[in-house]
Design a binder for this molecule. Sequence first.
Ligand code: PLP
Length: 357
Amino acid sequence: KKNFFAGPSVLPMEVLEQMRDQMVEYNGQGLSMVEASHRGGLFEDMYDECLATFKELLHVPDDYDMYFLGGGATLQFTMIPMNFLRPGTVADYIKSGTWANKAGEDAEKLGSVNYYYDGTDNKFTSLPDPATVKPSKNSSYLYLCSNETIGGIEWQDFPDTGDVPLIGDMSSDILSRPVPVEKFDMIYGGVQKNLGPAGATFIIMKKSLLEKQNSNLTAYMDYKLHSKEKGLYNTPPVFSIWGVKLVLDWIKKNGGAEGMAVRAQEKSSIIYNVIDSSAFFRSPVDAKYRSKMNIVFRLPNEDLEKKFVNEAQKEGMLGLKGHRSVGGLRASVYNALPKEDVVSLAQFMKEFEKNNG
Ligand code: PLP
């Protein structure tokens, strides 16, 4: 099958095969990774390698902590304001679509939120020019989502926020391209799109951000504790982290973040070219901010969109229905999706236009 789901999503075939082959016995060690203690060498050695590869691939400077937590990216919508939205200050949120908006709504329950930018009027099809983004004077942090998975818009460059910490949700475009990590004080995301099986959430945090943390937090909500314990304060999502380690090795073998950026450009332009060269398909988003991971497109009417999804499914192409909140169609073309599958989709789109246009 060709897997265009938005997440959980396609994993490299060789990673699935490695997990299958080593499920019963990991590297001849006499037990499976998923039955080993997280306080033992089998897991800890793998975990250290996983973090080291992640650091290398994303070019993370030494003054950042990296670890994994549970709870999904969604838990971070709460933990971020709980830790860093200080009383008497505001947090700036860029209201760019479903995911940034959910984060903002959770922050509003814990303190004062300023929506620096609100994409409601353009139905979340565009983003602010990063060069113009300036946080409020009394801002605790500025928050953005680097790729809106549902709306299909992606920041191409990031703002300079000076002394105000910049925090980014990179759940759906992590390691699809290099990012200037040093511009951010925190980058986080669920792993289930570009990095591995669902379960773990990656946290990359500049150590100095912890100096600005609120006090009196309960244990799991406290980044300082997780940083000290490297994410092993409590039982980590072992299976998910093992998968991430294997996916990171695969990314490394395939050219790292830079190699993934070339693949993403190549694959996404195959589909965008079909859309742009036809009056039948339409991209609803601002061309400047088109996502290279989640390609959102529309047909002349909803009946045709339904027909498209059904016929594509018969051809083995799964996950092309847009999110229920926005409708339309969406092809997610994450790192592990083979280029051949994208070529097949482009051919199918042209054929569908010929028969229905
Ligand atoms: N942020 C983005 C950009 C997402 O795409 C998603 C899920 O799809 C989330 C956050 C929420 O992630 P989780 O389901 O891991 O809580």
